[in-house]
Write a protein that binds this ligand. Structure first.
Ligand SMILES: [Zn+2]
Length: 337
């Protein structure tokens, strides 16, 4: 499997949600701009950018609309004064780089934030239900924090123009856009560095969760974005119980509210398109299994996926006897708990 293509990238929703409109026609120029409420809009041609956004809009030739492939974290060019740390953590060695100018955005150093989150994730996976190959994970992690000036020659355009605060590529590469966490898309600053620290912890745990899921699957059945984001979103809520920075109760409340909104809007059909509500709803498949069968139920379903090379719904059906209808029923039950 090729992991470098855009369709294989996993993106995090976090609390920052922006959408992008895809132009279907071939045009000379695609222009993107961020509106005051933080959404990214796309128009065809510079002339169609509203005047107040014309200075901040970015335009590219449609021939180049996808932009370059994503460079490895260790190759991402950072500007200004750069810190580099190679450390060992509870999940293995971490190679980390960041531009010094982002340090003021957070109360904790980027290094401390990452080691804290690695410790939280380590506590989660050291529970007995996780298979030994995940519990004993000892990988080399490549992590880069970037500021808002993303190197356009090294990052696909979709990632530059959307507002996702972090990305992960298998097996253990993590990219964090610091400003998007601390300041959001609309440029409104987090109310304090402790709020920014909490947001950063959520994003880091979510991205580490993707890497744990990849290990659970040993790379099989990887290309299912709904399941991957559902898992990582559920994992963040679960792991928050082990974190001093993230309130598990508040996070659950927020995600469950979004999931209920999604269920209300479309009770019968769920077509994952990457909105924050979609992430929340996808996570309920995991919350529903956890609610009835504990973490072990989730881990058993992953074992089934891995061993039989089948997708999530087929594995839930064959391993825990929940067909899709039963699973949806359990989702509605857990959402209204
Ligand atoms: Zn994600």
């Amino acid at each position: 499997m090729k992991f470098s293509s855009i369709s294989n990238l996993l993106l995090t929703a976090s609390l920052i949600f922006c959408s992008i409109v895809h132009a279907e026609e071939k045009t000379k120029e695609l222009c993107f701009f961020q509106t005051a409420n933080g959404k990214v809009s796309q128009v065809i041609g510079k002339d169609n950018v509203p005047e107040k956004y014309s200075d901040s809009a970015k335009c590219i030739s449609s021939n180049n609309a996808k932009g370059p492939q994503l460079a490895k974290p260790e190759e991402i060019e950072l500007s200004g004064n750069i810190r580099r740390e190679d450390i060992s953590s509870s999940l293995g060695d971490i190679k980390l780089r960041w531009p010094r100018k982002i340090e003021g955005l957070f109360g904790r150093t980027p290094l401390r934030a990452l080691t804290d989150s690695a410790n939280v994730v380590s506590k989660v996976i050291r529970q007995s239900s996780f298979p030994p190959h995940v519990q004993n994970i000892n990988s080399t992690w490549n992590v880069v924090y970037m500021d808002e000036n993303l190197p356009e020659s090294q990052i696909p355009f979709q990632l530059i123009s959307n507002c996702h605060p972090g990305w992960m590529t298998p097996p253990t590469n993590i990219y964090i856009v610091a400003q998007r966490i601390a300041a959001g898309c609309g440029g409104q600053k987090a109310s304090s560095t402790s709020v920014a620290d909490s947001e950063l912890a959520k994003v880091l745990i979510h991205e580490l969760g993707h890497a744990i899921e990849y290990q659970l699957l040993e790379g099989r059945q990887w290309n299912d974005r709904m399941r991957s984001e559902g898992f990582a979103t559920w994992f963040t809520q679960y792991a928050a119980n082990f974190s001093s920075l993230v309130s598990a109760r508040d996070l659950r409340k927020e995600y469950f509210e979004w999931a209920r909104q999604s269920l209300k809007q479309s009770p019968e059909h769920f077509n994952f398109q990457g909105s924050a509500l979609d992430y929340a709803r996808a996570s309920l498949y995991f919350s529903a299994i956890e609610n009835r069968l504990g973490i072990r139920g989730i881990i058993d379903v992953y074992k089934e996926m891995r061993e039989k090379d089948i997708d999530f719904f087929a594995a839930a059906d064959s391993k825990i006897n929940w067909n899709r209808e039963r699973l949806e029923q359990e989702v509605r039950k857990v959402a209204n708990k």
